[in-house]
Design a protein around this ligand. Structure first.
Ligand code: SF4
Length: 217
């Protein structure tokens, strides 16, 4: 069996051929803070649903100050359909307040500053760093966790260990793309719980191809 480095290069080449190398974001936004709040809302929710909600939300709350001054109950109602709306509303309003008070209304680029914001973990921080500041970063969401393991690129299990392991193994110029590519593959071909290996352009180099699904993969 060829070594992991060679296999990763082949996987990346196939992704580039198939999906291209343009960076794209699945959440709609114009301003950095809008992407930040949309990402907080996207936890346990589809990007499409978040995009539906933010279409009106970003009109109703047209700047960061209006988010900071939002009425909690009313805001909960505004974002109710994204699920877990009590926590999300509380975090978004607190996050907006902290951005106004501590960061002059700007979304910071430093990862430590980002994770100091309410409701912002490494995943959300990396979405901002990658999409807004074009800083190489690896966003580990459910697709990246599941498919990176299926492809045998990592054996780690928790998101932070996976992120650091992938940073060691993937070329830096593909850190942002890894998330974009794996989300695209996960939504169309390598679906959970049953992947469509027969349609997959990676089946000749994927160690999990045509294997029965197991809990860990
Ligand atoms: S070959 Fe199957 S398991 Fe491997 S990435 Fe493709 S769909 Fe997923």
């Amino acid at each position: 069996m060829e070594d992991l480095k060679t296999r990763i290069s082949k996987i990346i080449e196939k992704f580039d051929d198939r999906y291209g190398t343009d960076h794209r974001c699945f959440l709609h936004y114009k301003e950095p803070y809008q992407l930040l709040f949309a990402t907080i809302m996207s936890a346990q929710c589809t990007d499409n649903r978040v995009n539906e909600v933010t279409k009106d939300l970003f009109v109703k709350y047209p700047d960061i100050k209006s988010f900071a001054e939002a009425d909690l109950k009313e805001f909960e109602n505004d974002i109710r359909s994204t699920g877990f709306y009590h926590n999300k509303a509380k975090n978004i309003i607190a996050c907006a307040k902290m951005l106004v008070e501590r960061f002059d209304g700007e979304v910071p680029s430093d990862i430590d500053d980002l994770v100091s914001l309410p409701g912002v973990g490494r995943k959300t921080a990396n979405v901002i760093r990658g999409n807004i500041y074009n800083e190489p970063s690896i966003v580990v969401d459910t697709h990246v966790m599941r498919i990176s393991r299926k492809l045998g690129v990592t054996k780690k299990e928790d998101p932070v260990s996976i992120e650091f392991d992938l940073m060691k193994k993937l070329p830096k110029d593909h850190w942002i793309l890894w998330n974009i590519d794996l989300i695209t593959l996960g939504r169309t071909i390598c679906k959970a719980p049953v992947p469509h290996c027969e349609e997959c352009f990676l089946s000749d180099i994927c160690p999990s191809a045509f294997k029965k699904n197991t809990k860990k993969k």
